[in-house]
Design a protein around this ligand. Structure first.
Ligand SMILES: *Cc1c(COP(=O)(O)O)cnc(C)c1O
Length: 339
């Protein structure tokens, strides 16, 4: 297997750092916790979509596209990274934003990632929650083709076999970093949403025969559905890579017990995880993905599922730009006014 055979635009700051979280590990009193800093991929405040876009954008260029279309929730980090990548390549970018939370909050609707989408020159247009966003993107693409444009559609989260190659690459990178410093990884934990990150990672980990288990913490779908989505995409990714069948159904494990009321709605333990990482390690998580992923990690440690002496790597997928759309969720925002 040779990733260099796939077209790629080299743009991300790689390899991302692999760091030990000494104060968090001590506070929890369980395993040694490490962090893989995919919040530091470099593009417009970073995040996991940049790795996927390296492969997706290369495909867009190969097809002669002049315009990129994608979709996501209002505070989509994927949309922001796609807008920035498009700017870098001189492509027009149209983003369809689905209102998944029904929030009327001004910062949620215009600040954070939405502000950055526009700064990067993308156009956004809103759709009601529950609309068939893939169909909406096709409609827009048809209209643009009629105007003589050449649109390239990127699915939500950049999650298809091409995008997932970015996380096959991350698995290779992480295992190589661990090998180089004699770090034996007992478990990897990360947030899982549109499935490309977990599917690419598990495909890479299995293709390497690494023996490292991966736990996805769900942010939207129930466990069964999330695992099916990841498994299906992992199978397609393995086929694309030339190692069909390398991922077994039971390699795919998701825990959706930290979703709470729904996608994009933080729970109390989401906010606790964000505060712990901020105040023990100086690291910013987000209220939609990495905060829920970290809440899952912390709960598993507290319940003794990862134990002293083990080494657990939390893959930080980014998202902190979203904090500025979620200030209302934090009492800290009001405190600043009282001082
Ligand atoms: C998109 C995203 C995820 C989830 O990754 P998927 O590949 O969609 O499963 C996790 N964290 C952040 C910050 C994201 O933006």
């Amino acid at each position: 297997m040779h990733l260099a055979r796939f077209p790629r635009v080299f743009l991300a700051h790689l390899p991302t750092p692999l760091e030990r979280l000494g104060r968090l590990s001590k506070d929890l009193g369980g395993p040694e916790i490490w962090i893989k800093r995919d919040d530091c991929t470099g593009l417009s405040t970073g995040g996991n979509k940049t790795r996927k876009l390296e492969f997706l954008m290369a495909e867009a260029l190969a097809q002669g596209a002049d315009t990129v279309i994608t979709q996501g929730a209002t505070q989509s980090n994927h949309a922001r990274q796609t807008a920035a990548f498009s700017a870098k390549l001189g492509l027009a970018c149209h983003i369809l934003l689905e209102d998944r939370t029904g929030s009327n909050d001004a910062n949620y609707n215009t600040n954070g990632n939405v502000l950055l989408d526009h700064l990067h020159g993308a156009t956004t247009s809103r759709r009601a929650g529950g609309v068939d966003m893939a169909a909406e993107m096709e409609l827009l693409a048809d209209r643009l083709r009629g105007e003589g444009r050449k649109p390239y559609i990127i699915p939500g989260g950049g999650s298809n076999p091409t995008g997932a190659l970015g996380y096959v690459n991350c698995a290779f990178e992480l295992v190589s970093q661990a090998n180089d410093r004699g770090l034996v990884i007992d478990h990897i934990v990360t947030a899982t949403g549109s499935a490309g990150t977990q599917a690419g990672l598990i495909t890479g980990l299995k293709a390497l025969n690494s023996g490292i288990p991966l736990l996805g913490i769900g942010v939207r779908a129930p466990k069964e559905k999330q695992e099916e989505n990841v498994y299906t995409l992992a199978q397609q990714t393995a086929e694309k890579l030339g190692c069909p069948g390398v991922v077994a159904r039971n390699d795919v494990v998701a825990d959706s017990n930290y979703v709470g009321a729904g996608y994009g709605i933080p729970r109390e333990d989401t906010l606790e995880a964000i505060r712990m990482f901020a105040q023990l390690e100086g690291i910013l998580l987000d209220p939609v993905y990495s905060g829920k992923g970290a809440a899952g990690l912390i709960d598993h440690v507290r319940k003794g599922r990862f134990t002293r002496g083990q080494k657990v790597v939390f893959l930080h997928t980014g998202g902190a730009a979203g904090l500025f759309g979620y200030d209302a969720a934090f009492a800290e925002a009001r405190k600043a006014l009282e001082m």
